[in-house]
Design a binder for this molecule. Structure first.
Ligand SMILES: [Mn+2]
Length: 347
């Protein structure tokens, strides 16, 4: 297990100096944020970021994310060139020593919450989701928390129209096509593709969802059995569906060599399609975090791990979900769970 921390580049209010002081921290998970989706990430820029991280004592081996252009998900003719560009980005990432790419195949929005500043009973703030709030949000006309600056209203309307009537099966075929096209670049560089599950794992605004359940994952690995095709095991996303047994899924996919990266965080399920993100501890939410870590360890998981969204605590201001303090507490807790699990296994 290699503990990492998401870092949003030099604009991030959380600095590499701070990240380095979290006990057990080995590296960062980052990306290039100012290259338009679909274009090749320039080698020179990648080298600069890599060198900057290393100069601060941190490795950069995981990218989150290289976004997949909507035209690839939609299966439009320009997907040919866009996929070639994606493959070239993989090759450039291979050049600077990246080992793993986290990506997702969710149409339009790669995550959605209805409140980014939900007040928990201890006074901290967390991201939350509830169906009543969702009903008041029509993406064609209204403000969506976290997405205001990503699309103009016209762009968003156009995109939603293009997805009208798309089935899960069609979107799935587009994912398989995309993976088959980029696999040669993965084989040449050794880079593995770790798909992030849908967040939350159910349909929103009628958009298709294809990576939400064990059945979906089985279908993906049987359609594309290549060993570079794997998963970001995000407990906070998959764990929102009660039928996803995370302990058995962790064991199954880790033993099969499909988990390359784990996002370990807890959520409090508050009813159907209703949840708040919680502190990482098992006692703070709905998930058995020790059970999950033990299952990963028993199955021989040796990939990358990061604490996922944290609450805003101690008066910290910053990017919702990505402050320093609660994620650092999460990392310390997870390190303890892994130490316990390793010792229990006798390694
Ligand atoms: Mn995640």
């Amino acid at each position: 297990m290699k503990m990492t921390f998401r870092w949003y580049g030099e604009e991030d209010p959380v600095t590499l100096e701070q990240i380095r002081q979290i006990p057990g921290m080995k590296g960062v998970v980052s990306a290039i944020y100012d290259v338009p989706v679909g274009q090749v990430w320039p080698l020179e820029r990648l080298r600069q970021v890599k060198q900057y991280c290393e100069s601060k004592g941190l490795q950069w081996e995981v990218v989150e994310s290289v976004p997949v252009h909507e035209s690839i998900k939609l299966g439009k003719p320009e997907r040919m060139q866009l996929t070639k560009n994606y493959a070239q980005t993989i090759r450039n990432l291979g050049e600077i020593g990246i080992r793993c790419i986290c990506y997702n195949f969710m149409p339009v929005f790669d995550w959605l919450r209805t409140n980014l500043h939900s007040r928990l009973s201890d006074g901290s703030e967390a991201l939350s989701y509830c169906p009543e709030e969702l009903k008041t949000m029509d993406p064609r006309t209204a403000h969506l928390p976290g997405w205001d600056e990503s699309y103009t209203q016209t762009e968003l309307n156009g995109l939603l129209r293009e997805y009208e009537g798309m089935t899960d099966a069609v979107l799935f075929n587009h994912l398989v096509w995309f993976l088959e096209q980029i696999l040669p670049a993965c084989r040449d560089t050794g880079i593995v593709m770790a798909i992030h599950p849908d967040d939350p794992p159910w349909r929103i605004f009628g958009l298709p969802r294809i990576i939400s359940s064990e059945q979906n994952l089985d279908a993906l690995f049987s359609a594309v059995p290549d060993c570079h095709n794997g998963l970001t095991f995000c407990t906070g996303s998959l764990g929102l569906r009660t039928e996803n047994n995370l302990v058995s899924m962790a064991e199954k996919y880790a033993a099969a060599g499909r988990i390359f990266f784990a996002h370990l965080r807890n959520i409090q399920r508050e009813g159907p399609y209703r949840f708040a993100e919680s502190a990482h501890l098992s006692s703070c939410g709905s998930l058995d975090m020790y059970g999950i870590v033990r299952a990963l360890t028993r199955a021989g998981f040796d990939g990358y791990v990061r604490p996922d969204h944290g609450r805003m605590i101690w008066g910290e201001k910053g990017k919702p979900g990505y402050g320093l303090y609660d994620r650092a507490l999460g990392a310390a807790y997870l390190n303890g769970l892994f130490e316990g699990a390793r010792k229990e296994k006798g390694i």
